[in-house]
Design a protein around this ligand. Structure first.
Ligand code: DAH
Length: 339
């Protein structure tokens, strides 16, 4: 009898099938009410007492093995079935593809690049960690110059010559040092200032610097270039240049765009004047040209610098500059349809 049990153990061990009918037949044969196991259990009473222990253990082993085998085979079958169904149903909707959105800063930056590249400007970049020369001294801001206070600088504590650039004007210097006129370049990038963070200002933000150097460049060229830019970006061609002061330009001006006074928001944004300040500009100071190895008797040029973040707030009606750096997906997702 024991030998018969052992023979069945082997049969169970070797059994395999991927047909549901065969597996069910196997189950009935061993585990069914009138199956082999019921039969063997009923034989138990006829076994000689000295063999009962071994018989009992073997019959239990057979029962466990048969049960596990049936369960395993059924499980395999279900898995395969599920996969087949998933692949065969061509009407099943696909998994949604998560598509990201461009950041509003990048959107506006790309628009600005696009506009200036249409009138011959290339794009240049410089490092965010700068030295004193490129951020200040070469730009006509020698040590102890009071205008340095205009920009609250983050210095590296152990070395005052190393700092986080406070404006992208530093890229002007690098570009002029490495390229001969004619120069037409814009330099977008991140800048840093030690300012209190609020809805209107942040300790880091983004600027685009523009530089145009050639023979006989005049203030009229500057004005025409900026007017082309504001028309393209805002759809507004009315601008005014207010005299201002920057150490690196002479004369210097602040550029205002006439935004209009058509809505309540226009009133609020422009403080009731209709005018909105968007950038600083001027004719590059001859000292700056000389500092960068360009002969100021032969060449002249203009430069301008604007903040990208503020323009992004303006164009997309965003109320708080901090939203631009919080990475809140609910905010960022709203720009999916933009460029
Ligand atoms: N660098 C100035 C700033 O950060 C902006 C600026 C003004 C840049 C006049 C220029 C310029 O190139 O000509 O506020």
């Amino acid at each position: 009898m024991i030998d018969e049990l052992k023979k069945h153990l082997e049969i169970v061990n070797n059994f395999s099938s991927d047909s549901p009918e065969t597996i069910e037949a196997f189950r009935i044969e061993y585990l069914g009410k009138k199956g082999l196991l019921t039969h063997f259990f009923s034989e138990f009473k006829n076994i000689a007492p000295k063999n009962k222990k071994e018989f009992g253990q073997t019959i239990n082993e057979l029962k466990n093995k048969a049960t596990n085998k049936v369960n395993d085979l059924k499980q395999q079958l279900e898995k395969k079935d599920g996969l087949n169904k998933a692949f065969k149903d061509l009407t099943r909707p696909s998994e949604p593809l998560e598509i990201g959105a461009r950041h509003p800063i990048s959107i506006v930056k790309n628009q600005i690049i696009d506009i200036f590249s249409r009138i011959g400007f290339n794009v240049s970049e410089g490092p965010e960690i700068e030295d004193d020369w490129h951020n200040f001294t070469a730009l006509n801001l020698p040590e102890h110059h009071p205008a340095r206070d205009m920009q609250d600088t983050f210095f590296i504590q152990t070395n005052p010559d190393v700092l986080l650039r406070t404006h992208t004007s530093s890229v002007q210097v690098r570009y002029m040092e490495n390229n001969k006129p004619p120069i037409r370049t814009i330099s977008p990038g991140r800048v840093y200032r030690n300012e209190a963070i609020s809805a209107r200002s942040h300790c880091f933000f983004h600027q685009v610097e523009g530089l145009y150097i050639d023979k006989n460049v005049s203030f009229a060229d500057l004005k025409q270039t900026l007017q082309f830019f504001t028309t393209e970006l805002f759809g507004k061609s009315k601008i005014r240049l207010r005299p201002s002061y920057f150490p690196f330009t002479e004369p210097s001006a602040e550029v205002d765009v006439y935004w209009g006074l058509e809505s309540e928001t226009d009133y609020k944004m422009t403080k009731g004047t209709g005018w909105l300040e968007i950038m600083g500009c001027g004719m590059v100071d001859p000292n700056v040209l000389e500092n960068c190895g360009i002969d100021s008797n032969i060449y002249s040029g203009f430069a301008f610098g604007m903040g990208i973040d503020r323009i992004a707030l303006l164009l997309h009606q965003i109320s708080d500059i901090r939203l631009l750096s919080e990475n809140d997906i609910r905010f960022l997702e709203q720009f999916k349809s933009a460029l």
